[in-house]
Design a protein around this ligand. Structure first.
Ligand code: IVH
Length: 713
């Protein structure tokens, strides 16, 4: 009898090993027929039988399980997690508009940036904002070669095998397409398919899914692509990334080509030449929303002309040429069961509402933000009453407000339901985690008390230390795989990692067995410990902006971290300058506040951080373990790379913002005032003292026309 016919419980060990080898090879082949070639040669039932037999043998002889076991794999390759794909063109997010006014502001902003005369028409597209997840599909010579999730915008996950199971995604483009064409769009699950999936789950006594969006995301990120294939995911194409040739000169034109190539595009997309037109389309889409087969959470407007899009460019993570006009949030009523105070990385005490669970717009909510002390009391950021001054108390019946992915918030209170013996909430004036005084600073700009109360414990506050550690390893900072919030908490509390520098000595200490070895700790094993050490090793080289952002300095978010990285270019350059800014009249200080986009608030925060010897010490120590990458000039070959340019006077052919963006694209920095470090001053009419100073210092001065001549060279 051939081995393949012997029942599993009668196989001896040698036969079992042979059988596992055969099954592995056979299943790999079927995966390829099915997913890659789109031509299965066995029925699903036959395929399942192979997998089942393989699994049964593995369960009987666990030691024989192969490294390439089909139990753990997708398509052809063994995977225990997804490979990474670096996006050639970053995948960005969109700014939001919440009102018609915001939309008018957006179109005005675009016009101002481009210096468009009032009588020039400016066309926009309007289309639904699909509530799914974005996916980038790369086609080479018309063939699908890879699919990547958005990830952190720069690096996503390779989900190619799974994307191939989605029927709306063509494996081969129809007609002529550029050599390289990366089509982007949204993967989603229809409302009906979601409901059907949940009916099935329920019938099988399994847990039901929360909403179509999360389910779509979970389905796309399955290591076993047969699971993805069993979920009816759909795809709308609406954007693009890397390409060798754009097939049209307008947004609308490109998307229409997507349709010709075989993609599904959204039928509610239109082109409009006035703000009124956009808002009419918004109202129309809003009216259709409930009847649409899929969830949407707003309408996206995009400048139609691609040449104008290129001029507009981006601000940090969002394009200047697009905006998402969100639908009004959804609300629900529930009971405020408790108010908990969390302590953040910079010591801010944030009140969080614990709620009796309630469904808001299809999602169960049991926590919501209460912003700050004043908000609970019924006082707004401007010191004026909100909710007509009604305060919020534990036990109150409250309205919850949830807009898309944003954290839900407590909006209002129903006083008719308030218990007679209820008491006003007393906000702590001591840190609940370290008992240090928690104070409210006076805001220098407004002269009013800051709405945020902060723990003054600084370095002695364990809550701040843990939050700093979480921030350090988070996705847009060091992004250490397998080192999330949970691990940060556990490592901190067990004394294993008290600060970011200690992350990088963990393995050496582990090897030296100074402490109980990680692999012997609860929740860890040989493999997971080794994996974590590998993940840490992999981050000994990071982008400079990630390093700066990871330090968790107040007011230094990703945007500012990128500006600082671009200006200082190396970790040592940055750290040396920051240590030198302690004196307000130092050159280092004026260099810093002179950077476009960095104001005194940020500069003070940086000075304060580096003036603290403990912080400076940790940074120095960190730099002995990690090597942030130097920032390369944006455009090495540009005559402007590394130069500092000042624009002054009233510019006529471009707005000041556009001038700045242009300079940055050429690898130059812009500054607000003229100093010895200025290389070039571009003067429009009416330039005064800056022009004078430049000429006194012997700095080259040109006019706007000359600027355009030079950048064209
Ligand atoms: S355009 C450069 N169009 O919204 C901007 N995005 O907040 C590219 N989204 O990550 C995006 N529907 O996942 C665009 N019609 C649409 C969209 C859309 C949904 C998502 C997308 C993106 C997020 C941005």
């Amino acid at each position: 009898m051939p081995i393949s016919s012997i029942p599993v419980d009668q196989l001896n060990e040698q036969q079992a090993a042979q059988e596992l080898a055969r099954l592995s090879a056979e299943i790999i082949a079927h995966n390829t027929y099915y997913h890659t070639d789109d031509a299965p040669v066995v029925t699903d039932a036959e395929y399942d039988a192979l997998k089942k037999r393989n699994l049964a043998i593995e369960q009987r002889f666990p030691s024989l399980k192969r490294a390439d076991s089909p139990t753990d794999r997708v398509g052809g390759a063994v995977q225990d997690k997804f490979e990474k794909i670096t996006h050639k063109v970053s995948m960005l997010s969109l700014d939001n508009a919440f009102s018609d006014e915001d939309v008018v502001d957006f179109t005005d902003r675009v016009r101002r940036f481009l210096k468009l005369p009032a009588d020039t028409t400016l066309a926009f597209t309007a289309e639904p904002k699909i509530d799914g997840l974005s996916l980038a599909l790369r086609y080479e010579k018309g063939k699908l070669v890879s699919a990547a999730t958005r990830g952190d915008g720069s690096v996503g996950e390779n989900v190619t095998a799974n994307a191939r199971t989605i029927t709306d995604i063509p494996h081969v483009l129809h007609g002529d397409a550029p050599d390289v064409m990366e089509v982007r769009g949204e993967v989603y699950l229809s409302k009906e398919d979601f409901a059907e999936l949940n009916r099935r789950q329920e019938a099988e006594g399994k847990q039901t899914y929360v909403n179509p969006r999360n389910t779509a995301a979970g389905s796309l990120r399955q290591l076993d692509s047969s699971i993805t294939a069993s979920r009816p995911l759909r795809f709308f194409a609406y954007a693009w990334g890397d390409t060798t040739a754009l097939p049209a000169t307008t947004q609308m034109g490109v998307v229409e080509r997507f349709r010709d190539w075989g993609f599904v595009i959204n039928p509610l997309m239109g082109r409009f030449e006035t703000v009124d037109g956009l808002i009419r389309q918004y109202r129309l889409i809003e009216a259709e929303r409930a009847g649409l087969a899929y969830d949407i959470d707003g309408v996206v407007y995009k400048v139609d002309d691609l040449a104008l899009q290129a001029r507009l460019g981006f601000v940090s993570r969002s394009p200047r040429w697009a905006i998402a006009h969100k639908f009004p949030a959804e609300t629900a009523t529930t009971v405020l069961e408790d108010i908990e105070i969390q302590v953040g990385r910079t010591g801010a005490l944030s009140p969080v509402a614990r709620l009796a669970p309630v469904t808001v717009g299809g999602v169960v909510v049991s926590n919501a933000t209460l912003h700050n002390e004043d908000y609970i009391q019924g006082i707004g950021n401007d010191g004026q009453p909100i909710r007509e001054g009604r305060d919020l108390r534990i036990g109150d019946t409250v309205t919850i407000y949830r807009a898309g992915d944003v954290i839900p918030k407590v909006m209002d209170v129903d006083l008719t339901k308030r218990a007679a013996d209820s008491k006003a909430f007393v906000f702590p004036t001591e840190c609940p985690k370290c008992a240090s005084p928690a104070t409210r600073e006076i805001n220098e700009k407004t002269g009013r008390m800051d709405s945020v109360r902060r723990c003054t414990g600084g370095l002695i506050c364990p809550a701040q230390a843990v939050e700093k550690l979480k921030h350090f390893v988070s996705r847009n900072a060091f992004d250490i795989d397998g080192f999330g919030d949970k691990q940060a908490e556990a490592f901190y509390h067990s004394g294993l990692v008290k600060n970011p520098a200690e992350i990088f000595t963990l393995q050496a200490r582990d090897n030296a067995s100074e402490l109980q070895k990680l692999k012997n700790r609860e929740g860890w094993g040989d493999q997971s410990a080794a994996k974590l050490f590998d993940a840490i090793e992999a981050r000994r080289v990071v982008d400079l902006h990630r390093f700066i952002f990871a330090l968790g300095i107040r007011h230094v978010g990703e945007g500012n971290a990128k500006i600082l990285a671009r200006v200082y270019q190396s970790a040592n350059g940055f750290v040396d300058a920051m240590k030198a800014i302690r004196v307000e009249d130092s050159d280092a200080w004026s260099d810093l506040v002179n950077i476009d986009g960095i104001g005194p608030t940020v500069a003070h925060a940086l000075a304060e951080f580096f003036a603290e010897p403990h912080n400076a010490g940790i940074v120095d120590e960190l730099l002995t373990y990690v090597k942030p990458r130097d920032v390369e000039q944006v455009a090495q070959d540009s005559a402007f790379s590394g130069k500092t340019i000042v624009f002054t006077g009233s510019l006529e052919r471009m707005s000041r913002d556009e001038a700045k963006a242009m300079a940055e694209r050429l690898g130059a920095k812009t500054a607000g005032s003229v100093s010895k470090k200025t290389d070039l001053v571009v003067c429009g009419p009416g330039a005064g003292s800056k022009r004078q100073k430049a000429s006194d210092l012997g700095i080259e001065i040109i006019d706007e026309d000359e600027w355009f001549v030079r950048i064209a060279e």
